[in-house]
Design a protein around this ligand. Structure first.
Ligand SMILES: [Zn+2]
Length: 159
């Protein structure tokens, strides 16, 4: 088949045109279903990753801080539009944050077409780091807020 735009020769495994970079509409993911693996070893074989890097990487079954703290933004970035809409409902959004943290990677893996586990991890790692940073910063601000409050209460009590 040929590229729709520049007409250069393409193979079905090319996600993008190697000449002009356009999306190959006939792209067939050779690893389609890698995230459907039932157990860890199956996932490692299908996902083409080694045991050592496996434990640290973002993958279905691993907690995603990005999905937990940045739910709506993360959902939009991963084309999980229903989640982004549900996240606007008060109270429901608190419960959803936890569910998204634990199940988010599983949803994301099915939402977009990833070439392999590494590509998935490369995209979810920055989300995870950003989410964790936001979480820590929020904790620090809350801590400072209560600290200032306690100091003020002490001063008020001594007057
Ligand atoms: Zn092209």
């Amino acid at each position: 088949m040929n590229c729709k735009y520049c007409h250069s020769q393409l193979s079905p495994e090319d996600k993008f045109c190697t000449n002009c970079g356009a999306i190959n509409e006939a792209y067939e993911n050779p690893n389609k279903g890698i995230f459907d693996a039932i157990n860890e070893s199956d996932l490692m074989t299908k996902g083409n990753i080694d045991r050592e890097s496996f434990s640290k990487k973002q993958r279905p079954g691993v907690f995603n801080w990005g999905a937990f703290t940045l739910v709506a933004v993360w959902a939009l970035g991963n084309k999980l539009y229903l989640l982004a809409i549900l996240e606007c409902i008060p109270l429901v959004n608190i419960i959803l944050a936890f569910v998204a943290g634990f199940k988010g990677n599983e949803w994301a893996a099915r939402s977009l077409d990833y070439r392999d586990m590494d590509e998935f991890a490369r995209i979810q790692e920055p989300w995870n780091r950003a989410g964790l940073s936001v979480f820590i910063i929020t904790l620090v601000i809350l801590f400072l807020y209560f600290f200032v409050f306690l100091v003020l209460a002490q001063i008020a009590a001594s007057m």
